[in-house]
Structure formats: C-alpha cells, structure tokens
Design a protein around this ligand. Structure first.
Ligand code: HMG
Ligand code: MG
Length: 294
C-alpha cells in the first residue's frame, strides 16, 4: 500500500539554483522561498554553507538567512559540509542542517575533496556538534545507483555509507540518484538493504525520465519523505550529466491523483515556477508546469 500522507522536501532554492551560472539576486531567492511557503511548502532547503569558490551561486548564504522571514511551521534546512560550514550556519541562526556524503570514491574526491573514508572524519564532528546544539540533521548519500566515472554502484557500498551516517547520529537519510539513472526495481532493492524505511527519504534527479516511477516505487516500500524541486530546476555542478531534480509539480500531480496528502497548492506552485522560469530566462523543464502554464 501507499502512505496516506508524505512530506515534500523542497530542494529548489538549493539543489535547483546551485548549478545556475548567472548569480540569482538574493532578493529573488528570498521571494522564491516566500512563494514556496505561500504554496504550502513546509520543508524548504534554503541554501548551502559550502566554500563560496566551490558554489558561487550560494556564496550569499549569510545574506539570505539574514533577510529570511521564517514562517511558523516551516523548516529551512541548509547544507553544511564541515565544521567551518556548521559554524557559519549556527551564527546565521539555522535550526536544521544536512551533511552530504558520497557512495563512491570519485565523487567524494570531486565534490568534497576527500576520499570515501576521509569524508566520515569530516562529518563526524559536524553531526556531534549539531546534535549537541539541538539541531535536526539529515545525511545525504549521493551516487546511490550510478556514478558518471565509476558506473553502476554496488548496493552494499551505498548501504554501508548510509548506515555509517545513521550511526553517526543523522536523524534522516536521503538516498540520492544524483545523475538520474535509477529504475524502480533498483530503488526497491536498495531500500530493502536498510532496517526499515522510517528514517529514509529519496532524492531523484530526472535525467532519464524515471524520477516519478522511482518515487512511486519508494512510496510503495513505505517511504514518506520525498525530495523534489519546484519547476524541476537543478543539477549538480560536480557531477557530469546531472540534470534537474524531480519537479515538485510533477510529484504533486501524481500524489493528487493517488489521493496521497502533501499540503502543497499546485496552482500557486506552478505560478511560482513560471515566475522563476522568467527570472532565469528559459522555460521550466517540468511537464506539469508546461501543461498548466505553457
Ligand atoms: P577544501 O578545499 O578541501 O577545504 O574543500 P579545506 O578544509 O581544505 O579548507 C580550505 C579553505 O576553505 C580554508 O580557508 C577554509 O576555512 C575554507 P583558508 O584557511 O585556506 O583561508 N573553507 C570554507 N569556507 C567557507 N565555508 C566552508 C568552508 N570550508 C572550508 N564551509 C569543502 C572542502 C567540503 C569545503 C569543499 O569541497 C566544498 O565546499 N564542497 C561543496 C560542494 C557542493 O556544494 N556540492 C553540491 C552539493 S552536493 C549535491 O548537490 C548532491 C545532493 O543534491 C544529493 C544528490 O543529488 O545526490 C545533496
Ligand atoms: Mg541533488
């Protein structure tokens, strides 16, 4: 069966924008966050406290947080790779953070400048300190199905990395198909590698058009937190061939059809994505946005 209700973890402001080459003005980012909250979003991944040279688009994280008027009932998680990032996030008053690990050696090197093993030494003090400060902590695992340099990724390798993050104290694990190559059978198989799905979330990119099918498979396995990006914005600057995330509108259309509750207003969301597409100067890749607003 399917869950009665799911939480949509909106990654548009972070994963969606991080790959945009033209820096989006901070005022536009703040309006985007406001509109997403108006549309009923309850988890809005706001930005990253990473090295500004690595992701110039998100170099304004401090300014963004300073200008953000937080809504009651809305959580604004941010990515932090290391203690320096956590320090910055704490000073900005953040209450929810996410570390991001790689399931593969090559992507750990390219995305974190660390080996697969070294990444845990970087994350461990971040998770301990964040928990001690009372923050909620998510752990991402990237390249859960395929890696552009290494090809297919063994399931045991992904489960091994994921379990280490949970053991470290992460409250939730988000399993990422960074380059969008997974198919539903692989999703089901990976999920069975964990002891239960209560703390698992899924994060699909739509490169091969499989994101929605993969999401349905994850929901059928009991997963109740789904990552998506308004208008299907996105991509990862450190992963070749990563295109946009599953579009939130496409997800909402499916959930509405299935009668699964989520709390998002599709009309307001599609307006937001059409507005953002105008700011970015190209049409939204979301099929549902194009069907409704094209
Ligand atoms: P590094 O160069 O190895 O860092 O980068 P370091 O620890 O050697 O420090 C070098 C200098 O950087 C030092 O300054 C640090 O203070 C500074 P110096 O002493 O030389 O003056 N520094 C920082 N400054 C500001 N904020 C920080 C920070 N850290 C160090 N946080 C690092 C290592 C991890 C920082 C770097 O590799 C990095 O920033 N990587 C981020 C890459 C990224 O953001 N990728 C995209 C997100 S992941 C993703 O999109 C996948 C996901 O969506 C899931 C999926 O789809 O699978 C989550
Ligand atoms: Mg991603």
């Amino acid at each position: 069966g399917l869950p009665d209700r799911v939480t949509i973890w909106e990654v548009g402001p972070r994963d969606g924008l991080q790959n945009e080459s033209e820096v989006v003005p901070v005022g536009t980012k703040l309006e985007f966050l406001d509109r997403l909250a108006d549309a009923g979003g309850t988890v809005l991944e706001a930005t990253s406290f990473v090295h500004p040279k690595w992701v110039p688009q998100l170099a304004d994280a401090e300014e963004l947080l300073a200008g953000l008027v937080k809504r009651p009932g809305v959580s604004y998680p941010v990515l932090v790779p290391n203690e320096r990032g956590l320090e910055r996030a704490l000073r900005a008053g953040v209450e929810h953070v996410a570390i991001f690990a790689s399931a593969t050696e090559t992507f750990a090197q390219r995305n974190l400048n660390r080996s697969l093993d070294e990444q845990f030494a970087m994350f461990d003090p971040v998770v301990s300190r964040a928990k001690a400060e009372g923050l909620a902590v998510r752990g991402y695992v990237s390249m859960c199905f395929g890696d552009p340099w290494e090809g297919a990724v063994p399931r045991e390798q992904v489960v091994g990395v994921g379990k280490r993050l949970l053991d470290m104290g992460c409250d939730q694990l988000s399993l990422g198909d960074t380059i969008g190559v997974a198919t539903p059978g692989q999703v089901t198989a990976l999920l069975t590698g964990f002891d239960g799905v209560d703390r698992l979330a899924v994060h699909f990119h739509d490169t091969y058009g499989q994101a929605l099918a993969n999401t349905l498979a994850a929901m059928q396995s009991g997963v109740r937190t789904i990552d998506s990006s308004a208008g299907g914005l996105g991509g990862c600057p450190y992963a070749e061939s990563a295109t946009g995330n599953l579009a939130t509108e496409d997800l909402v259309w499916m959930l509405d059809g299935l009668g699964v509750e989520h709390g998002v207003d599709l009309d307001k969301l599609a307006d937001t994505s059409a507005w953002m597409a105008e700011r970015l100067g190209r049409p939204s890749p979301s099929r549902v946005v194009r069907a409704l607003r094209g």
